[in-house]
Design a protein around this ligand. Structure first.
Ligand code: AMP
Length: 277
């Protein structure tokens, strides 16, 4: 496994892939867990070369957010990636990615300003910009992303398509802890008590799926029950949204085209999760 810290080196490697080599890319902010590693496994299965980037992207954090305390452990991450037989790790520094004279931003209209984009203003502008840069540098055929960040998948698919990148996103399923909590680097922030509360996200999604399989399709009805459950377990709801899974438009009735998206504060930690029907 080769570790590349120099942007220019990564960029010239990205220009050197031979036409019969499939290149897979897994962008991450590090502090890796089994969710990230499932993307690596998928890339290894599907591609000849797997590249993982580790970069905590300051542009996607708001001024009141957790950039300075975001968990990092490069040595541990590298050890894990070695075991997973990754070919290259791209680990650039902030100055290379955002030099002082940096002025160009990528914004995906409409779908970036709702849901997580409404609570985290500018978040998807930061995400779209860093991914456009990384894809341009790494030049992969496939980029492996988790459906845990459902809206992010859609924003980035739109960006890649609109800007005529040839890279395609491969969406991968949400990996969960044994009790159902979606794996996230931010779970590290949770105290023991908060860790128990955090299960309200998964339990409320499960309840919604169960209500639907019992014939209840009215979203108001399901949302009301979800709110009760989440509040009773100590969660503070940021949003509960029943949306069309392609357009992210709000819907009133649940059917198989609907995605249920959820953001909940557990103490100061904001967690997200989602499910289909
Ligand atoms: P992050 O390091 O949080 O930016 O995440 C990097 C990638 O890992 C993104 O594509 C995420 O959607 C994905 N990811 C994070 N958590 C999970 C999870 N629990 N299951 C599947 N993918 C995940």
């Amino acid at each position: 496994m080769k570790i590349i810290t120099d942007l220019k080196e990564m960029s010239s490697l990205g220009r050197s892939w031979s036409s019969n080599t499939q290149v897979g890319f897994v962008p991450t902010m590090g502090y890796l867990h089994e969710g990230h590693l499932s993307l690596v496994t998928r890339s290894n299965q599907q591609c000849d070369i797997t590249i993982v980037s580790i970069f905590v992207n300051p542009a996607q954090f708001g001024p009141q957010e957790d950039l300075s305390v975001y968990p990092r452990d490069l040595e541990r991450d590298l050890e894990l990636l070695r075991n997973y037989k990754v070919n290259y790790v791209f680990f650039p520094n902030e100055k290379q990615m955002y030099p002082d004279e940096f002025k160009t931003w990528v914004e995906v209209d409409k779908i970036s300003s709702i849901l997580c984009g409404a609570s985290r203003v500018g978040h998807f502008k930061g995400v779209a910009t860093i991914i456009a840069k990384l894809v341009n540098i790494v030049n992969p055929h496939h980029m492996f992303m988790g459906e845990k960040d459902f809206q992010q998948c859609l924003v980035l698919e739109t960006m890649l398509n609109d800007l005529d990148f040839h890279t395609r996103i491969v969406r991968c399923p949400i990996i969960r802890e044994q009790d159902g909590l979606a794996m996230s680097s931010r779970n590290k922030y949770l105290s023991n008590e908060e860790r128990s509360s955090a299960l309200c996200l998964y339990l409320s999604l499960q309840m919604a799926q169960e209500m639907w399989s019992n014939g209840i399709t009215d979203t108001n009805n399901v949302e009301h029950k979800m709110k009760e459950l989440i509040k009773s377990m100590g969660g503070r709801i940021d949003y509960i949204a029943f949306v069309n899974s392609s357009s992210l438009q709000t819907v009133k009735q649940i059917d198989s085209s609907v995605r249920l998206l959820l953001a909940v504060f557990i103490g100061k930690t904001r967690l997200i999760d989602n499910c289909g029907f």
